[in-house]
Design a binder for this molecule. Sequence first.
Ligand SMILES: Nc1ncnc2c1ncn2[C@@H]1O[C@H](COP(=O)(O)OP(=O)(O)OP(=O)(O)O)[C@@H](O)[C@H]1O
Length: 307
Amino acid sequence: MGHPPAHDGPAIAVSDLRMRYGDKDVLKGLDLTVHPGGVTALLGPNGAGKTTTIEILEGFRGRSDGRVEVLGVDPATGGEAWRAKLGVVLQEWRDNGKWKVRDAVTHFADYYRPYSEPYGPDELLELVGLAEQAGQRIRTLSGGQRRRLDVALGIIGRPELLFLDEPTTGFDPHARREFHELIHRLTDLDGTTILLTTHDLDEAEKLAERILILAGGRIIADGSPDQLARAASTTAEVKWIQDGALQIHPTDDATDFVRKLLATDDGAVSELEIHRASLEDAYLELVARFEAGDADTAVDTFKEATR
Ligand SMILES: Nc1ncnc2c1ncn2[C@@H]1O[C@H](COP(=O)(O)OP(=O)(O)OP(=O)(O)O)[C@@H](O)[C@H]1O
């Protein structure tokens, strides 16, 4: 059996999504469209609602209000055939630690067989770098190997849409690089659409064509890593050495400032540098303001950023 026909239309379409726990509004009108293909990263401070959003999209959590379609289906009513087109890697997942790795993979593949052609166990374990651990019991895996198994179980049914909730937690740098290569392979060769949450901005910049920042119950920034970096850095610092002393000047128009500086310097200016806030600087500022309870000004950090 081959792949079922791919869904035609947005992979994810969300409008005015709201989620309230008790008297606390966590999502306050989230709008989001993700077209098929590529990697989208969802970032945000702790407690922003990333897991809540992803679990609503996966159909694991009900919502308070709003319209949600995932592969053309409302997750609240999605059946097994719909679920088989999704791959899910949760933040934490408990299973039977006595199982051997290869047996677990073989067992889970059976769930997908009515709907798609799942990966064979050996091919899959090779793909996620667990071939050597195939005969080991799950409870004897290291944290990073365990996470690789989570990823293996998430992609086993060759999903059209893959959700990854903080997938590289506990990975060493080598495992992280291999994981990034796997993600590129899934998007380039299989055309998988991927939505991942991460706290690692560097990872988001490396993997994602599109970054969404969730804060204050809404998406407050949406764009490519470059677009967000530019939007976040309106102020630049110009540094130079003059008469043996370091000079530092913040400016909103570095080009104009440097032009004027050099027009009158008589050759006394050396080691001129322009430093712009990186996306990471801006993101850390956002998180710090949020943690200090300053949510309103925090969301202004990326106010200019739109796609
Ligand atoms: N079942 C629940 N009942 C009540 N409140 C909840 C529940 N689940 C989550 N929350 C609250 O909703 C908010 C959002 O939680 P969520 O786990 O979605 O955030 P997150 O962005 O994924 O955070 P993190 O980065 O820490 O994983 C938090 O304040 C959390 O305490």
